[in-house]
Design a protein. Structure first.
Length: 453
């Protein structure tokens, strides 16, 4: 406790870090306030049907990502997911289209162009999703709830459709802008931070709901609830190991004497992550799994049939099977984007380093690529297993909302973002010669969870 208090004092002493943290808290408060601002023309007192619809199923998952804004018919109802979807499309185009590949190699100017294209694409995707959301809203609410100031109007006007669509698009763009500002002027990765805040906002309701269900006559009692909490803690520890796990590759640097100084002659290690992609594969796969329900206009699951019905049931076998396969594929894809063995081999060669038993240059690049392929496979499979764990614990009677915190996107995002944010705070402390957050002075980092703008 004494160390914790001292660390808080050290954080407060660093003016830049203090301003960044306060700036982030301010943006987060605005985001949470906006999730309760209801669309103009909608009666907030009659949202019971919509909130019941989003209490479980894939719409419940989407509602969790938006921090409850979806079920509140909020101006932020569509949240940040359209931006995530746009980022996925742009990154995939970067692998297939030479124009995007060229921009990726242009450095800062290319990055700005790609970000601008991502923003435009976000507007287009939100423009398609917004009418579907409004149609579902009208379907779920009674006519007087849509026109509370004029009960005689039995159907929403064209003005309501157009204005609500524009507001939803503006809301998503504003959320995207807030995420970018947190990345630039706050602490942590902004997009990831907002997703995490939305998830945390649903945790108290999920925990309370599970407690109530277990206290009922057929619920199993307090003992079962405590067992669930213990299992949750174990899953969190496993997620931390998954995020932080590495394999160290030894690199020997040749001895060089320049003047009277000696360089090299020591062995260092390259920490190759078992899960170099972080939680991005899950976010990518989850965004794609939202497509069927988006195409169906966010309709109620029981009214869907065929393909859309199968891939709208996140407790179903085929949904989780395809979800797991996509996570494995995206893990390899994002690892290939993040790790460049040729560049690593070239830098080692320039600095006079080599991996013992491996020739510098091309052979080193091939060795690193082979190692990454071998350690990525178990990492991707384990990531997929954690992602579908909510569906597994549902078989044991765990509440749908609480089950999302037993793995899946929610728990991995929470663990990843918290570790990433703590690592940034620790870096500020160590740079100014203060003690870090841990006794060892090191919190292992990982790749950012979101797409920085």
């Amino acid at each position: 406790m004494k160390r914790f208090i001292q660390t808080i004092r050290n954080i407060y002493k660093i003016e830049e870090l203090r301003k960044r943290i306060l700036y982030t808290i301010g943006i987060v408060l605005i985001y949470r306030f906006g999730s309760y601002v209801v669309l103009p023309g909608v009666d907030p007192n009659q949202l019971g049907a919509l909130q019941s619809q989003t209490s479980e199923g894939i719409l419940g998952l989407l509602n969790m990502f938006s921090g409850g804004a979806f079920s509140n018919a909020s101006i932020f109802a569509l949240g940040i997911m359209p931006y995530i979807s746009a980022s996925i499309v742009v990154q995939l185009l970067g692998m297939a289209i030479p124009y995007f590949q060229k921009m990726q190699k242009e450095g800062e100017s290319g990055r700005k162009k790609i970000n601008q294209i991502t923003r435009y694409l976000t507007v287009i995707i939100t423009g398609f999703q917004a009418p579907g959301y409004i149609a579902n809203l009208i379907h779920q609410l009674p006519p007087e709830a849509i026109s509370p100031f004029n009960p005689n109007v039995l159907s929403p006007s064209t003005f309501f459709w157009v204005s609500s669509t524009i507001i939803l698009i503006a809301g998503t763009l504003f959320v995207m802008w807030m995420g970018e500002k947190i990345t630039d002027k706050g602490i942590g990765n902004g997009i990831s931070m907002l997703i995490m805040i939305g998830i945390i906002a649903r945790l108290p309701f999920a925990l309370f709901g599970e407690f109530i269900s277990r206290m009922e006559e057929q619920g199993g009692g307090l003992v079962i609830f405590l067992v669930e909490l213990v299992v949750l803690v174990l899953v969190i520890l496993v997620c931390i190991l998954l995020v932080q796990g590495t394999r160290r590759i030894p690199v020997q640097y040749a001895k060089r004497i320049v003047g009277n100084k000696q360089y090299g002659g020591v062995r260092q290690y390259i920490p190759l992550k078992v899960n170099a992609a972080g939680v991005m594969p899950i976010i990518f796969a989850q965004a794609i799994m939202f497509i069927p329900i988006t195409i169906a206009g966010f309709a109620a699951s029981e009214s869907l049939t065929g393909f859309v019905s199968i891939f709208s049931d996140f407790n179903g076998f085929w949904y989780n099977f395809v979800f797991a396969l996509m996570i494995v594929a995206f893990t390899y894809f994002y690892t290939a984007v993040t790790i460049n063995p040729n560049q690593m081999a070239e830098e080692m060669k320039k600095n006079g380093g080599f991996i013992p038993g491996v020739k510098p240059g091309k052979k080193t690049a091939e060795f690193l690529d082979d190692v990454m392929s071998r350690i990525t496979l178990p990492g991707s499979l384990f990531l997929a297993f954690v992602a579908i764990m909510p569906a597994i614990v549902r078989l044991f009677g765990v509440n749908t909302q609480f089950a999302q915190f037993y793995g899946g996107t929610s728990l991995l995002i929470l663990v990843g973002v918290v570790l990433d944010t703590l690592q940034q705070i620790e870096s500020h402390l160590l740079m100014r010669h203060y003690d870090g957050l841990t006794k060892s002075g090191r919190i292992k980092g990982r790749s950012a969870v979101g797409m920085s703008a």
